[in-house]
Design a protein around this ligand. Structure first.
Ligand code: NDP
Length: 454
């Protein structure tokens, strides 16, 4: 049977674009790609990229305060949100254009519409047209989830932040994950009175406990009003603000309320159930390690599979899929060791096991240092950095590295290379310190802070 395309990709985000581009340009496949919104997906349009630019914007008041402490006659005025948003929109449009141009250069046909799956080899476009493809790749990503009780109450999600007309004077952020904690720091840095509610005992569940506690302490010291063990009990609009009563009895009004209570794979209405694909309870598409679904002609990559919901992971999954299916080189992305950063203030960079995970696997030694870095110490700030290595007692391999410090994202990228190569603690110790830096602490911690033999 002659198909219209060798590959049809649904979703123009990080995973879908990489797969389409590699399949077309490196393996000569005839590729079509449908995107219903803006090319670039969550990462470029309403995630990593605009978020990081807001992180940069939110850092300037602190930098100016430090400049004063270093002797500069520096002053900072007000923040012009409209001017920032205008530039942000222009930058996202520029990036979207690059994504589009790269796809076109690779020979991919772009269809600016919604597409759903109509059969193992059939795709239905928004205008009702049906097209056929030998393989279909679903890369539709995820969407923020607001608990049902609070839907329709005028609360924001991370999708809305970049579209705000003005910056609120006060905000309540609900949630304790990556997104909630990053935006709490961003708004706080921009001078918005920021409150964060997290229902559990400590934010950033799943990460290293010591690092979580360190970050929460720093965030509070920097001005985030963090309420642990706290959830929203009641909420209503009052005089142009939102009045919120917490489960702890605390009540206050906020100009804006943002829910960052998780994300859900975007599979609704895609037509997958009709094909007999059993989705996971949260809507994720089950796939094998080659990203193939139970329908052999249909694959899925990125957040829609809910494996590790990160841009670089989706890119690797999309690339491996293209090489496997169109390049004749079966390969898959190993999700075992993923360096990642959380852009809180201070940043958190992490790779490998947490102390809790490592000690469950066998005896480990933990090397940890918390200290006041030179830069902020001189500025009179009491902020502390944290460096931590978790080392396997029997092999001496570094199983996990956790950094809470300015630029921790940059540092963990490099520590990630060493740890991916199986570096031992002895190799860290042999490496000469770069002085004076914060990162030198990683190669100068000689005595274990504690040991776990259980
Ligand atoms: P997460 O799943 O990380 O966090 C969701 C948070 O909301 C948790 O604290 C959770 O609490 C809480 N929560 C869930 N349901 C409710 C509820 N009904 N009421 C109150 N609180 C609730 O999701 P995020 O949205 O923060 O991030 C999604 C994903 O996006 C991340 O996992 C990450 O992969 C990716 N991401 C990556 C970034 C980066 O690389 N820097 C940045 C931003 C996002 P509990 O812990 O108790 O379940």
């Amino acid at each position: 049977m002659a198909f219209d395309y060798d590959l049809f990709v649904i979703g123009g985000g990080s995973g879908g674009v990489r797969a389409a581009r590699i399949a077309a340009s490196e393996h000569g496949a005839r590729v079509g790609l449908a995107e219903e919104y803006r090319m670039g997906g969550t990462c470029v349009i309403r995630g990593c990229v605009p978020k990081k630019l807001m992180v940069f914007a939110s850092g300037f008041p602190g930098s100016v305060a430090d400049a004063q402490a270093y002797g500069w006659d520096a002053q900072i005025g007000g923040f012009d949100w409209s001017a920032f948003r205008f530039k942000l929109d222009a930058e996202l449009t520029r990036l979207e254009g690059i994504y589009r141009a790269n796809l076109e250069r690779a020979g991919v046909t772009i269809l600016d519409c919604r597409a759903t799956v109509a059969g193992p080899h059939e795709v239905r476009l928004g205008d009702g047209r049906e097209i056929s493809a030998r393989h279909i790749l679903i890369a539709t990503g995820g969407r923020p989830v607001v608990p049902e009780k609070w839907q329709g109450k005028g609360v924001m999600t991370s999708n809305d932040v970049f579209l705000m007309d003005r910056l609120p004077k006060s905000i309540l952020i609900v949630g304790g994950g990556y997104i909630a904690s990053e935006f709490a720091c961003i708004f706080n840095g921009l001078g918005v009175q920021t409150t964060q509610f997290y229902r559990g005992a400590q934010i950033l569940r799943g990460f290293d406990e010591e690092a979580r506690g360190h970050i929460a302490g720093e965030m509070m010291q920097n001005g985030v009003d963090l309420h642990l063990g706290t959830d929203v009990l009641e909420m209503e609009g009052r005089d142009g603000t939102t009045w919120v009563k917490a489960t702890t009895g605390h009540d206050a009004s906020y100009e804006a309320v943002m829910f960052a209570t998780g994300r859900k794979p975007a599979t609704e209405g895609l037509g997958l159930e009709a094909l007999g694909l059993d989705l996971k309870p949260n809507g994720a598409i089950p796939v094998d390690r080659y990203s193939q679904t139970a329908v052999p002609s249909i694959y899925a990559v990125g957040d829609v599979t809910d494996r590790a919901n990160l841009t670089p992971v989706a890119i690797r999954e999309g690339h491996a899929f293209a090489d496997t299916v169109f390049g004749g080189t079966p390969r898959f992305f190993d999700h075992g060791l993923i360096p990642t950063a959380i852009f809180t203030q201070p940043e958190y960079g992490t790779v490998g096991l947490t102390e809790e995970e490592a000690r469950a696997q066998g005896p480990v030694d933990v090397y940890c240092a918390a200290f006041r870095p030179m830069h902020s110490l001189f500025a009179g700030r009491d902020n502390r950095a944290m460096m931590k290595l978790i080392v396997c007692r029997s092999s001496d391999k570094v199983l996990g590295c956790h950094i809470v410090a300015d630029h921790a994202g940059e540092m963990i990228q490099l520590a990630g290379v060493a740890i991916s190569m199986g570096a031992t603690k002895a190799a860290f110790d042999q490496t000469l310190a770069v002085h004076p830096t914060v990162a030198e602490e990683l190669v100068t911690m000689r005595v274990a802070t504690r040991s776990h033999s259980d």
